[in-house]
Design a protein around this ligand. Structure first.
Ligand code: AKB
Length: 370
């Protein structure tokens, strides 16, 4: 279905956008002065659900969509997917399909967009990631928690199907780490993790209390070639490819033996589309772990060195990021996703490395030629 492919294409950019639409320094004051309005208590009776024909042809709003995205977006029924952000889009984004100003901290603005565009699916990517969240806790709290409240209320009020990504970061040092099941102790030690546990629980609460069609996947570290890393603890696994191709040298900010679950972007987006499309009866839960592979920086470097034997990797550990990584799952148990809605990853480590190097290598050749 074209709209699903559009969703996939544009969402790639959102997943690794530095702060998904929020510049820490620029908007702090505005976030603090924001006075939240919420759906009045008792208004649950008026919630209506999405009809079958509407879900067949969803009209999708994606929050936190800012970076450039590929030329081929036009191929995929572009008018059914609206990208939104508070930052000015590049001319490429602007001319490739619908883009709209949307501030997730502004409830009225969000509601207007949903109503005026007859939105039926909301994919909520706006969030500050783990490392950048620790550097600006008040902004992370505003975007990741207050913003989510607005999104939940809009989605419930308008009968939207809502996707909110969660993360391996929703677990903490007291969770089982190898493997980490769907249901276990969740005591994360980052504001990012705390906000994601909050999102999971609020979404599930709105589902059982108001019938909100909330769907959530806990993503591993996502690796994508066409967007730059931005503020995550797993960013090294993206940056290494850019540096390997550009300079043949990479300085890693995590210890060489730090094992974390990871996934190639195409698998992540396919999983997202599959869980959004899954019949409600198939879902025994509303929040699922998904996984593809787990590796350490050393293992990743060795795989890249099979293609680029001259790559030199050094380790300069960032204490804050290392602390975060050491509290996260090493292996992610996604048995329930595989069982309930047929999740299956395509990319293991060798395919991931080959794909990333092909993509970044060809981009760098184009850059050199122009
Ligand atoms: C991060 O490192 O913060 C994210 C994540 C694993 O959620 N990539």
């Amino acid at each position: 279905m074209p709209v699903l492919r559009v969703l996939s294409t544009v969402a790639k950019q959102a997943l690794q956008a530095p702060v998904c639409g929020y510049q820490p320094l620029a908007v702090t004051a505005r976030c603090i002065s924001f006075s939240p309005r919420q759906v009045p208590p008792g208004s649950d009776a008026s919630f209506h659900s999405v009809s079958f024909s509407e879900t067949d042809h969803p009209k999708v709003l994606i929050t936190g969509m800012m970076s450039d995205f590929p030329n081929h977006r036009k191929r995929f029924g572009k008018n059914n997917v609206i990208l939104s952000d508070i930052r000015k889009p590049s001319s490429h984004v602007f001319h490739s399909g619908p883009f709209i100003y949307s501030d997730i901290l502004d409830y009225k603005n969000l509601r207007e967009i949903v109503v005026n565009n007859r939105i039926t699916w909301l994919v909520h990517y706006s969030a500050l990631l783990s490392a950048v969240g620790e550097a600006n806790v008040s902004l992370a709290r505003a975007v990741n928690i207050t913003g989510l409240h607005n999104i939940l209320d809009i989605a419930a009020e308008h009968g939207l199907r809502l996707f909110v990504p969660s993360t391996i970061g929703a677990f903490g040092p007291t969770s089982p780490r190898n493997p980490t099941p769907d249901l276990c102790v969740q005591r994360p030690r980052t504001i990012y993790g705390v906000s994601k546990v909050h999102a999971e629980l609020m979404g599930e609460y709105y589902h059982q209390r108001y019938g909100l069609d909330f769907r959530c996947l806990r993503y591993p570290g996502i690796i994508s070639a066409d967007s730059q890393p931005g503020g995550g603890t797993t960013d090294y696994a993206v940056q290494i490819f850019h540096d390997a191709v550009k300079s043949g040298k990479f300085e890693c900010n995590l210890r060489q033996d730090t094992r974390l679950p990871m996934m190639y972007i195409d698998d992540c987006l396919r999983a997202t589309i599959e869980v959004m499309e899954a019949p409600a009866e198939a879902l025994t839960m509303r929040t699922y772990n998904i996984n593809a592979m787990s590796f350490t920086p050393e293992e990743l470097a060795q795989e890249i060195q099979k293609q680029l034997p001259d790559l030199q990797v050094t380790y300069e550990v960032d204490v804050m990021r290392q602390g975060i990584a050491d509290s996260w799952p090493m292996n992610f148990d996604d048995t329930n996703a595989r069982h309930d809605w047929g999740w299956k990853h395509d990319y293991d480590l060798p395919e991931l490395v080959q794909t990333m190097l092909n993509f970044i290598g060809s981009e760098s050749q184009i850059a050199q030629a122009t």
